[in-house]
Design a protein around this ligand. Sequence first.
Ligand SMILES: [Zn+2]
Length: 326
Amino acid sequence: MKFFKKIFVLSLTLIFITIILPVKANAKKPYITVKEKVCEVGDKFYVKLKGTKAVSFCIKDETVAKVNEKGKVKTKRAGKTKLVILGENGKKYTCKIYVYDTERFKDPITTSSESSKVTADIKMEDVPTVDFTVKPGTLIDFTNILYTQGKPEGLLYLRKSKVSSKLKYRDSDCRLQAEVISPLSKMIEAAYAEGGFTYTIEAGGGYREYSTQERYWRRRQGMYPGYGDDPYHNGGVICVPAVSSEHRTGYAIDFEASVKGFQWLKDNSYKYGFIHRYEGNKTEKTGVMDEDCHYTYVGKDIAATCYLEGLCLEEYYEKYVWKINA
Ligand SMILES: [Zn+2]
């Protein structure tokens, strides 16, 4: 009897190892076929779910693009939007869509584009490698450039810091300026306490090295010759050259959050010294499209002034630092 019992247990184990385990391992996690799409006005493409059935397709801004029940997207105007597909498994899958009006690229308005063209012509090998110091509120954009490949002083790894446990980050080597950690933590704790909002720092959404940012930038330029030549007049860009990137300072953060979570940040971040850096209605000043994810630590004074007076950082400089029109 004992012998048969042993045989029985053994055969069950064999069945498990040879049949059930491989089936489990082969069951692939459901995924979306396109996570990010950069395209032109009038483009058509499909976005699908694999591994689960799509229940519904929803575009956040239907003036930018439309989608049908089969996942076929058609873009309508320049701008940024998201496609959210609800899977049969109850999960949502998102595709970010960036639409360009390339006709405008071909015929840029030339006034005031002189200085912005400079950044597109900079050769990496010419840029010095000295390290630099930077402070909150330093203006860095297409015309106020950070002309070095060096590192800023004051960076701290989040994993070695006392950052709020409510904040997650995708890169284990995510770094920010040390002085940002405390206000950032307070902001995240407040967002959680007030609305249950949680935030994750995107992959590459903290400090970025020169070479990393330059790689992103060159990729876009490869896709669209002349990309960024005149960012102030074509609806803005989503990627900037390394010399124009705030991510190189350690003061800029790209968050992932819910729509309500982002709204909370827009309304409250200034209390903690952060600004929503690229508002959709300031593109002609910043050269960058509306980016709901990008926040910059500028200190409480500048942040409060920007928020209460409705200024982007460029306008703050014009009014209070350079005193243009004063
Ligand atoms: Zn950013």
